[in-house]
Ligand binder design. Structure first.
Ligand SMILES: Cc1cc2nc3c(=O)[nH]c(=O)nc-3n(C[C@H](O)[C@H](O)[C@H](O)COP(=O)(O)OP(=O)(O)OC[C@H]3O[C@@H](n4cnc5c(N)ncnc54)[C@H](O)[C@@H]3O)c2cc1C
Ligand SMILES: *[C@@H]1O[C@H](CO)[C@@H](O)[C@H](O)[C@H]1NC(C)=O
Ligand SMILES: *[C@@H]1O[C@H](CO)[C@@H](O)[C@H](O)[C@H]1NC(C)=O
Ligand SMILES: *[C@@H]1O[C@H](CO)[C@@H](O)[C@H](O)[C@H]1NC(C)=O
Ligand SMILES: *[C@@H]1O[C@H](CO)[C@@H](O)[C@H](O)[C@H]1NC(C)=O
Ligand SMILES: *[C@@H]1O[C@H](CO)[C@@H](O)[C@H](O)[C@H]1NC(C)=O
Length: 422
């Protein structure tokens, strides 16, 4: 017997499955009376819960569960666990995954949004104590934009983010939550003090690095497979007021990655001189380009630069400031950048924005793409960690030889380094 590697086959299967399943009928379940009315199986609800932001995979559930409380979720999972034929259960945050992770074929999709603003009316409670300092207790269903909006009212903020804030806390903590702050603070899952989880047996368990630690470490980054997060206690620190936000263009990939790596080599949490954020992206003429960051007067020369080189590498960095001493931040930033940075000298763009405008920056890209009908489209997205030793090969092999040479229509391509110890 031989085993085959089936990557190309899987691709075909996915498309065939999509085709046939559109006509399939959903299964019928017999839930216990006390939670029966939380099950919805009308065709409109089933349709919504059958796909996700990826628009690639489709799986039809038997029902969508609308919990009114954490106890409802516990009852559902107990029922699913105890059923003679196992029932798939998947939590659905915003279903912004791209390969069907929040779907449940013939099973039950839990509409986390339905939990509503149960914690003190907002879903978010800000507190502090002498051992942890400030923190927020947040429902797993809450959106990061609302966590930010609420904590800012106390002059506080989480420290580690994702690029796009209309995602749920439970959804990103089930992955990792990686962004331009991770090189200093680690991903979002490294900034959680405690969780409430409904386990696979339907038990309600509070866990932390000290209490039920095995569950805590399994659930964080656990891809939704070890339980349903109903509350997370998130670390908070004083919120910055404003942000100096920079974009530097490179035509040379090795200069670009060398500068990125140098800039994140200062990465102690408390180092005031370190950058607060670093990412990077490609500029290509192979799909819709959102140039709204740049002054309109620069559009023509940006476009001709991209045409000249095919790919331009854009280093994106930010430095926060906490008071009104803008000139000091400006100087610190220039100190960081001066020396041997290899960007194209005429292509340095700078903005000064509020902290909220900075963190919520992808919202405007969303609105731009929606206006072009390019948001609710298939997203065959891929996230990869590539070892530093092979990143130049990745540029020549994938970015240049595949994406550029074969003129593959490309949306957003982000590329930035991470410190392994974070
Ligand atoms: C525009 C955009 C930008 C993005 N940017 C980033 C980024 O910068 N960094 C990054 O790390 N990711 C990013 N992501 C990816 C994002 O983190 C994942 O898609 C995440 O899964 C989305 O959260 P969601 O709330 O929609 O989760 P869903 O897609 O609903 O769920 C994701 C997984 O978690 C499970 N799950 C959901 N809620 C819970 C819960 N309460 N308890 C346990 N399991 C649960 C689901 O069953 C599923 O397996 C981005 C996504 C989009 C669409
Ligand atoms: C919806 O659920 C009810 C019972 O809860 C069941 O009688 C009905 O057949 C289900 N509809 C579908 C389409 O499965
Ligand atoms: C589990 O199922 C059995 C019968 O199948 C039933 O008697 C029992 O009450 C169920 N337990 C729970 C917790 O639902
Ligand atoms: C989930 O519930 C919210 C509010 O309760 C509703 O607006 C949304 O449409 C529901 N989503 C699904 C997939 O059922
Ligand atoms: C709920 O919010 C009110 C007003 O914002 C606050 O005074 C109170 O302490 C909060 N309660 C809890 C339990 O956090
Ligand atoms: C922040 O909350 C306020 C008050 O609820 C609301 O008016 C505002 O739109 C929110 N901002 C964002 C970006 O969601």
């Amino acid at each position: 017997m031989t085993k085959h590697i089936t990557i190309p086959k899987n691709f075909m299967t996915i498309f065939i499955v999509t085709f046939f399943m559109s006509n399939a009928l959903a299964k019928t379940l017999l839930p216990p009376n006390d939670i029966a009315d939380r099950f919805h199986n009308d065709s409109e609800t089933i349709k919504i819960a059958s796909s996700d932001f990826g628009h690639i995979v489709q799986e039809i559930p038997a029902a969508v569960f609308y919990p009114n409380s954490v106890d409802d979720i516990a009852s559902l999972v107990k029922y699913a666990y105890n059923n003679s034929v196992p029932i798939n259960v998947a939590a659905r945050g915003q279903a912004h995954s791209t390969w069907g992770q929040s779907l449940a074929r013939d099973g039950v999709v839990v509409n986390m949004t339905s939990l509503g603003n149960r914690l003190n009316g907002s879903g978010i409670i800000v507190s502090s104590d002498s051992s942890l300092g400030s923190y927020a207790d947040v429902g797993g269903e809450q959106l990061w934009i609302d966590v930010l909006n609420t904590t800012l009212q106390y002059g506080l903020s989480p420290v580690s983010w994702v690029d796009y804030l209309y995602l749920t806390v439970g959804g990103t903590l089930s992955n990792a939550g990686i962004s331009g702050q991770s090189f200093r603070f680690g991903p979002q899952i490294s900034n959680v003090y405690e969780l409430d989880v409904i386990t696979g047996k339907g038990e309600f368990v509070t866990c932390s690095p000290k209490e039920n630690s095995e569950l805590y470490y399994a659930v964080l980054g656990g891809l939704g497979q070890f339980g349903i997060i109903t509350r997370a206690r998130i670390a908070l620190e004083p919120a910055p007021k404003r942000v100096k936000w920079l974009r530097l263009f490179y035509s040379d990939f090795s200069a670009f990655t060398k500068d990125q790596e140098n800039l994140i080599s200062k990465n102690e949490r408390r180092d005031n001189k370190a950058l607060n954020y670093l990412e990077g992206m490609l500029l290509l003429n192979q799909g819709p380009q959102d140039l709204s960051f740049y002054p309109v007067s620069a559009y023509a020369r940006i476009n001709s630069l991209v045409t000249q080189y095919g790919i331009i590498y854009c280093l994106e960095a930010a430095k926060y400031y906490y008071d009104d001493r803008e000139s000091r931040v400006e100087k610190e930033l220039l100190d960081l950048l001066k020396g041997n940075l290899g960007f194209l000298p005429d292509f340095m763009f700078e903005k000064d924005v509020t902290y909220m405008e900075f963190l919520n920056r992808v919202r405007s890209s969303e609105l731009f793409l929606r206006s072009k009908g390019q948001w609710e489209v298939p997203h065959p997205w891929l996230n990869l960690f590539v070892p530093e030793s092979r990143i130049l090969d990745f540029n020549s092999g994938v970015l240049k030889n595949i994406i550029l040479k074969q003129k593959i229509p490309a949306g957003i391509v982000l590329i930035y380094p991470m410190n392994r110890n974070k």
